[in-house]
Design a protein around this ligand. Sequence first.
Ligand code: DP6
Length: 381
Amino acid sequence: MGFLIKRILLLYSILNVMPVHKFIVCSYSHKLTSGSVNWQSPSNIALVKYWGKYGEQLPMNPSISFTLENCNTKTTLSYEKRSLSKASEHKEYEFQVFLDGKREISFEPKIQKFFERVEVYLPFLKNFTFKIETSNSFPHSSGIASSASGMSALSLCLMDMERQMQPDIPECYFFEKASFLARLGSGSACRSLNGPIIVWGEHDAIEGSNNLYGTKYPLKVHKNFSDFQDTILLVDKGEKQVSSTLGHELMHDHLYAEQRFRQARENLSKLIPVLENGDLPAFIEIVESEALSLHAMMMTSIPYFILMKPNTLEIINRVWAYRKSTGSHLCFTLDAGANVHLLYPLGESKTVLKFISNELSELCKNGEFIVDQVGKGAIKF
Ligand code: DP6
């Protein structure tokens, strides 16, 4: 079947099942020739985890995250109109990626795939030559995934271009579509544009929640959570042995998949009153259970794998012992890696940071950790 026919069929099937048509543009009112746009976008940490997807980057269960403040990616997208005018005359995208000023060819296949996925929604992509310059506030080798902050920053830059070609698009459409595009780059990236708490994936009790893009958590949040801290302990800074993308794929034939998706939905339901009444012990139970369930999925998939390291477990045990002996509300969560995110209220900062320096930093690679907190979202710079 011809490539074009396949794309038309894909488009047709997408249009029939999901309201994505609002993100498809037929023409723009203004022309662009050359320029550059700059966006800074943060990372996020999920409280209820996304693990398992279907179709084009759609989540098997809803997830919810704190947007971070200090861990972010800054991206400058420079663009120049290519000499031929019709997109159809250009067969390939033209772009180069630079990390901290140095060409990073290894990033280009991911961007290529991203452009292929989003071209239906950004029909101008083949009309320009792009230079994507990016830098992270955290070291590349820290083991902190840069895909959430990186894909959301790039999506915002592309939407900025679209807004220059169509200046009347409303602010809410701008962010919804940017999150929609970011999702197509990396699922969790769609939760990185705004803050402080973002939901992605349909949940009956959360108005506006949907599978296509992240939305601000619309319900009441107790002041206990308004200034939450996230200190990231860098346990293992190497490349992950198993990518998130493969991990998601393994959920397709996973024996416990259905139970896991149900558990995540139920945990989000339980989190709603907890976020409202500020019940920290209940918050801790949900968040830690989610982290361990995520890793239990990895350990029980075929093939099975373990991303935690001995020091990850040692940190968890020390956190539990610390909580028991002090009555602190410090808790942990994990991403798809060995690093540990420690969550706690700002009021406990002094004592918790002392505990981290004295008793946990020795378990981190080179004693390193990053102090972060709940943030407001992306900014144009
Ligand atoms: C474990 O968003 O990195 O961090 O959609 O394949 O890019 P892709 O996966 P990704 O998955 C990360 C999942 C997680 C949990 C979460 O952030 O919800």
